[in-house]
Design a binder for this molecule. Sequence first.
Ligand SMILES: *Cc1c(COP(=O)(O)O)cnc(C)c1O
Length: 375
Amino acid sequence: MESAILDHQLRPATEGASGYLTINLGALARNYEKLSAEVAPARAAAVVKADAYGLGVEHVSEALYGYGCRHFFVAQFFEALRLRPLLSGDAQVFVLNGLQPGNECACAEAGIIPVINSLEHLHQWAGEAERLKRRLPAVLQFDTGMSRLGVPPEERTAIATLLKTSGMIEILFIMSHLASADDADSEQNGDQLAEMNRVAEEFSEFDVCFANSGGIFLGDAYHGTLARPGIALYGGAPTVGQPNPMEPVVHLDVAVVQVRTVPADVRVGYSGTHVTQGVTRLATIAAGYADGLLRSLSGKGAVYCDGIRLPIVGRVSMDSITVDITALPEGRLTLGSLVEVLGPHQTLEDVARDARTISYEILTGLGNRYQRRYR
Ligand SMILES: *Cc1c(COP(=O)(O)O)cnc(C)c1O
């Protein structure tokens, strides 16, 4: 955590950066409130794995705590170790991937709560509780049809038996994860809900945590007592192909490093994949695939200036992209001018579509070379 903050402080204060990633914590808070209202009387947790989807787990978690969030999910134990000391004792930090052999003791000591995904996990954690001679908390995840993480159906009986006989593990709630929640028409949602309800009957003493962002918008039946949104908090669309009810949180502007005018029949970028058709004005901007502007955007997608679309031409490089600025008045863009990559004219979903991926991959890939500003 310290190193991340230091890293940001070492950057040029506010001017002269190659790109500016603005994170609107007010919009984040409004998204949290909107999701909370949607699931009420259930509560909303926050999924802050992968550095809060790349937006900075310390700032994001602190802001969400301020707006009443008390349940924080990360994927890995080391992420939890980083986050735990930043939050007050009344907040809980959960590790979705659960325990790794060797980190049980550190997990217990730090007061971090593992998600138990298998009988093996439960044995590990119960063993640690025996060693420490105290009860340890956990969340129990069931596989309801995704075959990724969680207790498989054939282990349920053994899990129930071990919980009763050991008595050393305190299950805070049970959970499962939806595989197709972003597609409201997918039959898989209903199938998983039915399986989740069967599990909830078998383990009827526990509360249920089920919905991710998409699941929240599938209706009350999916809400349980705690929802686990990630992408919707950060402004991503929870449901594919429908208007996005969330407020954008991220704004990305990138600086121009060079402008030129070239005649017709000139090659642009690596491998000369683009050849100019006529006299063309080009700008090279200071972000590339190492900054999360994926190489699959080569010859696809665009950036914006004054609302005018500036298409990406040729290959995306590691540290730069060349765009066609012929549509702009001459002299509008010069060294240091900023163009919009994410903002009012281009959403996360637009960039994801052009890169043939999902908003999650764009957000988590933005990297740490931009100057970050938290509003
Ligand atoms: C990442 C993740 C979430 C959050 O999903 P979103 O689609 O971003 O809302 C919730 N639960 C689990 C288990 C996850 O892995």
